[in-house]
Design a binder for this molecule. Sequence first.
Ligand code: FES
Length: 346
Amino acid sequence: MTVFTEQTRTRAREIIARYPVDRSRSALLPLLHLVQAEEGYVSPAGVAFCAEVLGLNKAQVGAVASFYTMYKRRPTGDWLVSVCTNTMCNVLGGQEVYDTLAEHLGVGHDETTADGTITLEHAECLAACDYGPVMTVNYDFFDGVDPQAAVGVVDELRAGGRPTPSRGARLCTLKEMAVQLAGFADERDGAVADGVPGEPTLRGLRLAQQHGISAPGFDPNTPIRGGKPEDKPAPATPAKAAPSGSTAPDVPAPDRKSPQLRTAETRQPDAGTPAPDAPGTKVPVDGQPPAPDDARAAEAAGAAANKPASDAKPAGDDTGAQERNLREAESANGGQDSAHDKGAQQ
Ligand code: FES
């Protein structure tokens, strides 16, 4: 346990203090970032440290650390270069970018250069398809890269430079980033600067403005509605028992509960299996009855408007729903009935 500095221990106490005393294990995610900030990855010592300060066992900590890809289980370079090779980026040249970098750096997926500066990895969709092919350096974006541009970025990194990402804040090393993700401010100048939105991001908005389309009847200041006592969900219909002598399989009744009710039940743990750090306690629910009737009506209207595709036709090919939505949006924009009302009447 000597690998962690006194500053890390102080910060660990600070992180844990952010959570209620009987919910301290919720601090595990930022604590994992904290130990990664010190060692550059979540080492066995880091797992043991988190387990010790939270009163968990190492298997519990390891299960969380190995679930999320942002926690590295092996020593990682200062610069984690992730190249998206998912569908959209791939057809635009993402694989070529990755292959070029792999050859240039002499490493494969999840491998680090001999000088310890760069770790290369394939990445699945990085949620920037409209800028593809994209790569990230410690999760900061470089948009529309080609092999030559990607090589230029890694060469600058290896030379000690910090190339400017296409959007967002300045680059920081993996350890510096982990400190931020643990919840501590990065005081470097420009470390959290906002970038301007890119033109592809604004494309949909511009088209909507050009065609006079807006979300009908939406007031962004609309308060979130609470349920009323009379909004109690309808009792679930019990499943019909199979006729006597039937060979039909014993199929459970369909779950007719609303998404809200299911969410509330998920938050209410079984009293028979209390959380280790909160024996006998239950997660409080907000006391609001779930499942207002209009939520079920909207759900039914949505299901009716999205008929399942036949075996021969992939779902989503039918443009009827989109055209209908467009007509409704246009008519609503002219002061007509809202799309929601029409959808509910269907
Ligand atoms: S497919 Fe590359 S960002 Fe989505």
